[in-house]
Write a protein that binds this ligand. Structure first.
Ligand SMILES: [Zn+2]
Ligand SMILES: [Zn+2]
Ligand SMILES: [Zn+2]
Length: 83
């Protein structure tokens, strides 16, 4: 199935990826994939793929920190307000 190339930030301490935007879509050229240009528009097969595969992550910058959700979770766990 087709995949999106996502550009974003890599948070080095937790290894998470934060997507900024979708740069491109990789077409799988499958007639069984509704996201593909190869898929016939008239096809109504419920078995065809309707969703994208996992994003292809492209790091455009690296931050030597934890990402926001990780920091928020840590703050909650410690019972302190998020700074
Ligand atoms: Zn596809
Ligand atoms: Zn189809
Ligand atoms: Zn994280």
């Amino acid at each position: 199935m087709c995949q999106r190339i996502a550009q974003g930030t890599r948070w080095n301490k937790c290894g998470h990826f934060q997507r900024q935007f979708v740069k491109a879509i990789v077409d799988c050229n499958s007639r069984q994939c509704m996201k593909s240009y190869a898929h016939p528009p008239s096809c109504r097969q419920p078995t065809c793929f309707q969703t994208f595969g996992p994003d292809i992550e492209r790091d455009v910058d690296n931050v030597d920190e934890y990402c926001f959700p990780c920091r928020a979770a840590q703050a909650r766990a410690e019972g302190r307000p998020l700074t």
